[in-house]
Design a protein around this ligand. Structure first.
Ligand code: ADP
Ligand code: ASP
Ligand code: MG
Length: 413
């Protein structure tokens, strides 16, 4: 008997018909003799609707009550699936994050899981119950409801799988695996049979929203095998697992894009020690993540500094930076939300030179201006005007030979 955690995303539970489809899949796995823990998202569009209501209610709604509101979508789907499973004659029981409990820190809107007590779930599983858990939610040590950041039910699923020492964590979504790039914008995208934790970590953190980044961090840390599959067919899916030798041979394994960042430039900043610390401290103290940072060469003891933050944090960040810019006598602060970050990712980039220059050449040929660049061992990212995102992804996908069939040839070479 195996213990399997299955997570179903928003589109997979978007209406009652689809919830019934999920129930049939869950029942099939259970009837094959497995113990099953199901993790659900809210119905597709529901969390966006709830976030929208909070934004109507306040300019800066993020905080304790924001999580009380945006966590409610998952309560509905776990209740509905449990009702359907019971209708089918199964024992099923729903659990909110705090009933498990999934204990997190108190960073409302993007809390991190600190611990999960598997005892209650184990007792139910041993009684033959299908355990249905709300994704995305937790409770902090003071008893406040928290949420794990957008896409967070992936993280709930992998963390539960780690806590329960499950044999497999299946992520069911609206595509049948992890592709070389988003298959919804590039029809040439090719499904990967396997992807290493490290590559998936880069792809997720660079915008491939098929898995939330933190879910991959958990999977890597606890070596949870994760299978990404479609809830609408029985296609094989993609296994996210430890790196093997075959993977290293592929130079570039994926192209990602992220339209969820915004750029802030601080112009004519006095170039002296302590200024960057002063600018960024208020942002990090408010729990914001700063992504790319570029500082220009100094002219007459002044420099320009540009960085990116997530779109959710953009307005708050702009306000904080404007306050500091006034104190340090910078000339101006300019915000630009119309940007996209496009990245190429591949474990083989460690040992292959020339990937960056090829990327820049491709952009130049298309007349796409590169605004910022950042690199790590296995990725290169550029910031461009958002209107060129799809074009950039497609031409890079082609230039690096990621189209159907080509990657395998490279791996065998
Ligand atoms: P769910 O609601 O099931 O969690 P998401 O919308 O969060 O689903 O994630 C699935 C989506 O991720 C796909 O519909 C696809 O558009 C997008 N995506 C982006 N990059 C990739 C990729 N490399 N491979 C597969 N899907 C990707
Ligand atoms: N419902 C939440 C969201 O839309 C969590 C998730 O889908 O994973 O972000
Ligand atoms: Mg998701």
């Amino acid at each position: 008997m195996a213990l399997i955690v299955q997570k179903y995303g928003g589109t997979s539970v978007g209406n009652i018909e689809r919830i019934k489809n999920v129930a049939r899949r869950v029942a099939r796995t259970y009837n094959e003799g497995n113990q099953v823990v199901v993790v659900l998202s809210a119905m597709s569009g529901e969390t966006n609707r709830l976030v929208g209501l909070c934004n109507e209610a306040s300019e800066f709604p993020i905080g304790r009550e924001y999580d009380v509101v945006i966590s409610t979508g998952e309560q509905v789907t776990i209740g509905l699936l449990s009702i359907v499973l019971k209708e089918m004659g199964h024992k099923a029981k729903s659990f909110m994050g705090h009933q498990v409990p999934v204990v997190t820190d108190s960073q409302f809107g993007s809390a991190r899981i600190e611990s999960i007590d598997p005892k209650r779930m184990r007792d139910e599983l041993d009684r033959g119950v299908i355990v249905v858990v709300a994704g995305f939610q937790g409770i902090d040590p003071e008893g406040n409801i928290t949420t794990l950041g957008r896409g967070g039910s992936d993280t709930t699923a992998v963390a539960l799988a780690a806590a329960l020492k499950a044999d497999l964590c299946e992520i069911y979504t609206d595509v049948d695996g992890v592709y070389t790039t988003d298959p919804n914008i590039c029809h040439e995208a090719r499904k990967l049979k396997k992807v290493s934790y490290d590559e998936m970590l880069e792809m997720a953190s660079l915008g491939a929203k098929v898995l939330q980044t933190r879910s991959v961090e958990f999977a890597k840390k606890y070596e949870v095998p994760v299978m990404v599959r479609s809830s609408f067919n029985d296609a094989e899916g993609t296994l996210v697992c430890k790196e093997d030798r075959e993977m290293e041979k592929v130079v570039v394994s994926g192209i990602t894009y992220n339209k969820n960042e915004a750029k802030i430039s601080v112009l004519r900043v006095p170039d002296r020690p302590g200024i960057a610390a002063k600018l960024f401290r208020p942002l990090t103290e408010s729990g914001m993540n700063i992504d790319m940072i570029v500082q220009n060469i100094s002219h007459d003891a002044h420099t320009d500094l540009t960085f990116t933050v997530s779109k959710e944090d953009f307005k708050r960040a702009l306000k904080l930076v404007q306050e500091t810019a006034g104190q340090i006598e910078a000339r101006d602060v300019i915000g630009d939300p119309n940007i996209a970050k496009v990245s190429i990712v591949g474990a083989g980039m460690r040992s292959h030179a020339g990937v960056a220059s090829r990327m820049f050449e491709v952009m130049s040929k298309e007349g796409i201006n590169i605004q910022m660049i950042s690199t790590s061992e296995i990725k290169i990212s550029i910031v461009i005007d958002v209107k060129y995102t799809e074009l950039a992804v497609r031409v890079l996908h082609e230039a690096f030979g990621l189209g159907k069939g080509e990657i395998m040839e490279e791996a065998q070479a």
